[in-house]
Ligand binder design. Structure first.
Ligand SMILES: *Cc1c(COP(=O)(O)O)cnc(C)c1O
Length: 406
């Protein structure tokens, strides 16, 4: 007798989903040739029943792994209680989640949106509002090359990468892209029009780029001196990803404004914009969101954050992340075409001397390991934060065989 799941999966395997997708979708994604239908912990299954160890993790989103019990229970209960009520009214889950985030960060107030891009837009609007009130209408935001802040027109202008910008010019004004990790360039770009500096503490999409140890503190002091705001985009680095709840904690700094998304909902779409009291200059009507702070999503995110804190997930990330980096450094000694291993916690990159990332990733995929090609010559590792040492060993074994073949 076949189980229900097996029967369902047999039905799924009778359709050519990938061919259907090619006919139906706008051509925005270059997907890996695999159709995922199920996940559990750090593992996923495709429509043919093949199992993979998932080091992509929903793009650094599935912090507690696939289908974690705390989220299932929170969604189940909240979906029977209240799913959507709008921000015309007070609702409990969003207030509970806000309280948790404020208690565990250096920020004082919260606004909820649905994605990283949306809360980054909110952060820039907040900084512009601040500029109008306190800085004679200053509106420019300094950002850096190889950053990533989202896909709306304004966030495309904020994202300092030509490949995202060139097709959409003219872009909204008010964003100055300077070289990454270059404090002098930030100083030079600061004028009476500047209201904020927007940075990722560690760049994710740009290739897992770590700043010099003193870069962020220099920028924070500069912002204080000039009376402008420091906005940290912790959409990818936040929620335990780098081994502390927020990455800023490792650099001895405090942002005026911070954004979160990816890992916050562990797969349930949510973004949060947080600000210190002095930067909380919105007044009613300035900003809003229909779905932002929705009870269903906030109940799930609350369960995620609560689980992370009570089980000290960031500490687990710091420990297993170090193990991952050490094992990758071992591979670097074994294979001469590996030129660099870098990262913090479970946000890690492996760089090659030529553009072979796609080839290596395809070979790993065939062997049952999912990885992300962050640049033509660079692989990114961003597994669920609950990944075990044994699963990391398994991933390294698969990667080693794939590298031998290359
Ligand atoms: C993914 C990402 C975004 C965009 O988030 P979406 O949820 O895709 O809108 C913004 N900033 C950083 C640092 C990211 O990694």
């Amino acid at each position: 007798m076949k189980s229900m799941v097996q029967q369902e999966e047999q039905l799924l395997s009778q359709t050519n989903w990938q061919e259907l997708e090619h006919r139906l979708f706008l051509r925005t994604f270059n997907r890996s040739p695999v159709t995922l239908v199920r996940g559990q912990g750090a593992w996923v299954w495709d429509d043919k029943g093949k199992k993979y160890l998932d080091f992509v993790g929903g793009w650094a989103v599935d912090s507690l792994g696939h289908c974690p019990t705390p989220i299932i229970e929170a969604l189940e209960l909240q979906s029977r209680t209240l799913i959507q009520a709008s921000n015309q009214f007070y609702t409990v889950p969003q207030i509970e989640l806000a309280q948790l985030l404020v208690q565990h960060s250096c920020l004082d107030r919260v606004f909820f949106g649905n994605s990283g891009t949306e809360v980054n837009e909110g952060a820039v609007k907040l900084a512009r509002r601040y500029g109008k009130i306190y800085l004679n209408g200053a509106f420019e935001v300094i950002t850096t090359s190889s950053s990533f802040h989202g896909r709306t027109l304004a966030m495309t202008a904020a994202t300092g990468q030509d490949k995202f910008q060139d097709a959409y010019t003219p872009l909204p004004a008010g964003f100055i892209n300077v070289n990454y990790n270059d404090f002098t360039a930030i100083k030079a770009a600061t004028t009476e029009r500047t209201c904020a500096v927007l940075l990722e503490p560690i760049q994710g999409e740009g290739g897992v780029n770590l700043p010099d140890d003193d870069f962020l503190s220099k920028v924070q002091h500069w912002c204080q001196e000039k009376g402008i705001l420091l906005i940290l985009d912790e959409v990818q680095t936040g929620m335990g990803r780098t081994g502390t709840l927020f990455a800023y904690q490792q650099y001895g700094i405090e942002p005026d404004i911070m954004t979160l998304a990816k890992g916050l909902g562990s797969g349930v779409p949510i973004g949060a914009l947080l600000a210190k009291e002095h930067a909380s200059v919105f007044v009613p009507g300035d900003h809003g969101s229909t779905f932002g702070g929705n009870p269903l999503v906030c109940a799930a995110a609350y369960a995620v954050v609560k689980f992370m804190i009570s089980n000290n997930i960031p500490q687990h990330v710091a420990i297993v992340g170090l193990n991952l980096i050490n094992q990758l450094k071992q591979l670097e000694l074994e294979f001469s075409f590996i030129t660099n291993v870098r990262g913090r916690g479970l946000l890690v990159a492996l760089e090659f001397d030529t553009d072979i990332a796609a080839k290596v990733i395809l070979s790993c995929l065939k062997r049952g390991l999912l990885l992300n090609r962050v640049k033509p010559n660079t692989i990114r590792f961003m597994p669920p934060l609950i990944i075990t040492e044994a699963e990391i060993d398994k991933a390294i074994d698969i990667l080693r065989s794939a590298l031998r073949e290359t």
